[in-house]
Ligand binder design. Structure first.
Ligand SMILES: NC(=O)c1ccc[n+]([C@@H]2O[C@H](COP(=O)([O-])OP(=O)(O)OC[C@H]3O[C@@H](n4cnc5c(N)ncnc54)[C@H](O)[C@@H]3O)[C@@H](O)[C@H]2O)c1
Length: 335
């Protein structure tokens, strides 16, 4: 049986767009890139020439002319809502980069538009498709009997956030929604919710603002509790120091250390021992495959709109908790 090939357009030709186009080139039998749009024509043309597709400066014109089946939206965060609503209303399925939008209200506007148009929208929470995280997820499910209950997760990320290569909008709260905790924190909140298989119901956050530019926070220590009462921490800083991106899972009879891109370790006789990570396709390839499956199987994708709105609700709770200097309970909306 001949399978349909979907035409794909990309909105935003910045740092992240290249990864999506590379993944599309690996999936060319099912997904055919046709056009890319960026207000900076030089950026759009750089990618369009490399992929043999058409460049636009106006994404609306691109969508109306090219009539793609799927649009990948990889724009600054404040533009996620308007672009996602426009593409959904134009009848396109959407892969929308994380974080879904600036706040839960914007997420609701996207959800309404997608439901009105009967298209699929998946949010690019790539953590679900990293080989090391996929192994951690499987270990949590398979080893529950042997390792006892998962009692906490500690998620640590240090990275130089104030580099010259970072586009200015990331450091401007109006356009980014927040600093390191909004951008990279969305990955940490996501992996804690996903691996813990439960919503976060409480947060307490303390942030600092010592960045060399912009008006966003540069570090944070966050305590989170999920609906089963399991606590987790997120510790992030974007100042000078030693880069680290590590998640530690503590069970009653074992511990697991996950370093995305590097490996997975499990505790044996009081020390960590590295274990093999099954090979997996590139995360952006797996992400496209999941979107495709959700379209063809007429089901919600992994990283659905509702799940991704919950991530945003937790991020909003983090900023509220910091302002109030107290614990905040999440108010989740229905399906
Ligand atoms: N999933 C991941 O691992 C991952 C990694 C990096 C970035 N991201 C996400 O991808 C998105 C983009 O990040 P980035 O690092 O590529 O940023 P970027 O600034 O490099 O790219 C954004 C591009 O959008 C363009 N743009 C701005 N306004 C526009 C408009 N109105 N119409 C068309 N183009 C417009 C800019 O000119 C720029 O080229 C963000 O949501 C970010 O959080 C995700």
């Amino acid at each position: 049986m001949n399978q349909m090939t979907y035409r794909v357009a990309v909105v935003g030709a910045g740092h992240n767009a290249e990864g999506h186009l590379k993944a599309l080139s690996e999936l060319r039998e099912r997904l055919k890139p046709v056009a890319v749009a960026d207000i900076r024509i030089d950026r759009a043309e750089l990618l369009s020439k490399a992929s043999g597709i058409t460049a636009y400066t106006d994404y609306r014109e691109m969508v109306l002319r090219e009539k793609p089946d799927i649009v990948v939206i990889t724009l600054p965060h404040h533009l996620h809502k308007e672009a996602a609503v426009f593409c959904a209303e134009a009848g396109c399925h959407v892969l929308l980069e994380k974080p879904m939008a600036l706040n839960a209200q914007q997420c609701n506007d996207i959800i309404d538009a997608v439901r009105r148009s009967s298209v699929r929208l998946m949010v690019g929470h790539t953590q679900h498709f990293l080989a090391e995280n996929l192994l951690a997820k499987k270990l949590i499910e398979d080893e529950a009997q042997r390792w006892g209950p998962l009692v906490m997760m500690n998620d640590t990320r240090h990275t130089a956030y104030y580099t010259t290569e970072r586009p200015a909008w990331f450091l401007d709260k109006q356009r980014s929604g927040g600093g390191i905790l909004f951008n990279l924190g969305s990955h940490s909140v996501d992996r804690i919710m996903w691996l813990g298989n439960a919503k976060i119901v409480k947060v307490r956050a303390s942030l600092s603002h010592y960045g060399t530019a912009g008006d966003v926070e540069g570090s944070g220590v966050i305590f989170l509790e999920n609906e089963r009462g399991m606590p987790s921490t997120i510790v992030q800083s974007g100042y000078d120091g030693v880069p680290r991106n590590e998640l530690e899972l503590v069970f009653t009879k074992a511990m697991v250390k996950v370093i995305p891109g590097q490996g997975v370790w499990i505790s044996r006789n009081g020390a960590y021992e590295q274990i093999p990570v099954p090979r997996a396709a590139a995360p952006f390839v797996l992400q496209f495959r999941e979107l495709l499956a959700s379209i063809e199987e007429e089901r919600e994708p992994e990283c659905s709109m509702i799940y991704s709105r919950d991530v945003i609700a937790v991020l909003e709770g983090i900023y509220r908790s910091h302002e109030l200097k107290s614990e905040v309970a999440m108010a989740f909306e229905g399906e």
